[in-house]
Design a binder for this molecule. Structure first.
Ligand code: ADP
Ligand code: MG
Length: 589
């Protein structure tokens, strides 16, 4: 199994493709988004994610965030205004200096990856060694190699480095678009903005242009909102823990306003001498605060279009990625730049991880088959009494799938049942294709009393497994059939045509067989009943039963269902009193 990982500046996620779809994995706290923050305590293991985030205020000098900005950088190329100390000679790889700790950005990223790997292993109940990890499209070789090394440090072989916009496009199903579809991926996250123009050619995404700003995102909006709240409540908050609470309240309010038009922000105990207060915040106000930052994305979009030599009208799809694109303002704004309604059909902060998991599945070889063969082309079942097809998994069942049915013995004292696994749409077993056969032994019992459960299961690869179990002894037999989905289109076509052409005959054959089984069961028991209790019936009634039975015997000679059914029904009606008499006699005895 290969993991798909979005190693983000602000948040990271891990997903897997399992049984037909992507699952993003939640950690023990039930969170799918892991803040990309690592805290190094004086003693003991580093903290990763939410708990580390909390330490950002309490212990900023031992807590690393936005480490992605340092990946693959050398001393002298470090991003400005980050609150860390660095060490190392100019031109050598950057080392973060946390007290006496010296850490490479890879080591810090590895802590995040290690946590994601552990969360995935716990959720999947198995160990995992491989991953697809995403990076921004503009990452250079050094940054990509550093990302790979981070994976290795975490015990993961990075089998593919995938561009984030490509991953997002996969998650949005853009690979199923027409050839030469051009897609704009507008990704506004916590601290970075990326715009990428992709083109789909030959089933592969090509990056036509990228642009963006590594210092622009939701964090800027948060900081501006904090300033607004301070002004509105008339207090200046300086104490770190109180500032952290204020920021947390601001971010939560921003998120709420992506759904609601208005919200109340409670600001309790912001500091000494400051009483708790409440500020009512409308979406309109937030949008006014956020607009200058969102406005900045326009120039990047226009530059990317110019680099790709394209007009906004030549973009067929605009997809939204990054948590900040949940803001209606951002959606409107991006839509306006590209002159089209943005596609927001996926969770924007999960799309990259989803795409990474899809890429992982493609590399595993599981996805291809599922995409091409996601339903059973023909019905699957077993032969039952009278040579009929008993369908267990109907045609067009979405795989993976599972279904079962209970069967019994046709003969008294029968010691085993032949399971003939069939594929096809015809009513008679022999007109369908046999995929395999096996015997399931069971305890000898009177007719109709054995209980044999038969279960069909098709996995995501289309492999059919048939299980048969004698419920009395729990003895079971499991047989793997070849692929149940790999049937040529022509063969499927032919089978469907034959089924249609012979529908009338087939239906008659099934109806006749069913009536015949019933007749063959009834005739001997009627005879037995007549011998036992016939003398107690009026002569005419006896004669009527005899003649009905004779008609059934006659109808059995011809392969027509309707007359036989009619005769069986008549015999059934004629023997009502007789049957009651037999029961009465038995009770007396
Ligand atoms: P990154 O790709 O930078 O790691 P994400 O895609 O997870 O980050 O985006 C994180 C940003 O999205 C944060 O600034 C967060 O506040 C913002 N965000 C998340 N959900 C919402 C929401 N519902 N409304 C507005 N912004 C949101
Ligand atoms: Mg991201």
């Amino acid at each position: 199994m290969i993991l798909g990982i979005d190693l983000g500046t602000t948040n990271s996620l891990v997903g897997v493709f399992d049984a037909g779809f992507v699952t993003l994995i939640a950690d023990e706290a039930g969170q799918r988004l892991t803040p990309s923050v690592v805290h190094y305590p004086d003693h003991g293991e580093p903290l990763v994610g939410k708990p580390a985030s909390r330490m950002r205020v309490l212990s900023p000098e031992r807590t690393v965030f936005s480490v992605k900005r340092f990946m693959g950088r050398r001393v002298g190329e470090e991003p400005a205004d980050m609150p860390y100390h660095f060490s190392g000679a100019p031109g050598t790889p950057i080392q973060l200096a946390l007290g006496d700790l010296r850490l490479s950005p890879e080591q810090v990223s590895a802590e995040i990856l290690r946590k994601l790997k552990a969360d995935a292993e716990r959720a999947l109940g198995t160990s995992v060694q491989q991953a697809v990890v995403t990076v921004p499209a503009y990452f250079n070789d050094a940054q990509r190699s550093a990302t790979k090394r981070a994976g290795e440090l975490a015990g993961l072989e990075v089998v593919r480095i995938l561009n984030e916009p490509t991953a997002a496009a996969l998650a949005y199903g853009m690979d199923r678009q027409e050839e030469h579809t051009r897609i704009a991926v507008y990704d506004l996250g916590g601290g970075t903005f990326d715009i990428s123009i992709l083109e789909l050619t030959g089933g592969v995404f090509h990056v036509l242009a990228t642009n963006g700003n590594t210092r622009l995102g939701g964090d800027d909006i948060d900081a501006a909102l904090v300033r607004h709240l301070e002004a509105a409540s008339g207090c200046v908050v300086s104490e770190p823990a109180a500032r952290a609470r204020l920021l947390e309240a601001a971010v939560a309010a921003k998120h709420r306003l992506s759904e609601a038009e208005e919200t109340v922000v409670s600001l309790p105990f912001l500091g000494e001498g400051v009483s708790s207060t409440e500020v009512t915040l409308s979406r309109a106000t937030l949008e006014k605060i956020a607009l200058p930052w969102v406005e900045k994305t326009r120039a990047h979009c226009l530059r990317a279009l110019a680099d790709a030599n394209l007009e906004p009208e030549s973009i067929q799809e605009l997809i939204m990625v990054g948590g900040s694109t949940r803001m209606p303002l951002v959606q409107r704004f991006a839509g306006e730049i590209f002159g089209r309604t943005p596609n927001c059909s996926r969770n924007p902060d999960e799309a990259v991880a989803e795409g990474a998991a899809l890429q992982a599945a493609i590399l595993e070889g599981t996805l291809n088959q599922v995409v091409l063969l996601d339903v059973t082309p023909l019905s699957l079942g077993i032969e039952t009494f009278g040579g009929l097809m008993n369908v267990i998994l109907p045609r067009n069942s979405t795989i993976p799938c599972k279904a079962g049915e209970m069967f019994t013995n046709a003969l008294a004292g029968q010691r085993s049942m032949l399971i003939r696994v069939l594929q096809g749409e015809r009513e008679r077993a022999n007109d369908n294709w046999e995929l395999g056969r096996f015997e399931i032994p069971f305890q000898a019992l009177p007719k109709g009393q054995a209980r044999v459960g038969v279960q069909f299961e098709i996995d995501a690869d289309g492999i059919l497994t048939v299980l048969a179990r004698d419920t009395a002894t729990a003895h079971e037999q499991v047989v793997k059939m070849a692929s149940a989905v790999e049937v040529s289109d022509e063969a499927v076509e032919k089978m469907l045509e034959d089924a249609l052409e012979n529908a009338f005959d087939d239906m008659n054959a099934r109806a006749f067989t069913e009536a015949k089984l019933k007749a063959e069961e009834m005739l001997p028991s009627v005879e037995k009943a007549l011998a036992r209790a016939g003398s107690r019936l009026p002569a005419e009634e006896r004669a009527s039963i005899e003649s009905c039975a004779a008609e059934v015997r006659e109808a059995l000679k011809h392969e027509a269902a309707a007359p036989l059914k009619k005769a069986v029904t008549a015999l059934d009606a004629a023997t009502q009193t007789l049957a009651a008499l037999v029961v009465e006699l038995a009770m007396q005895r």
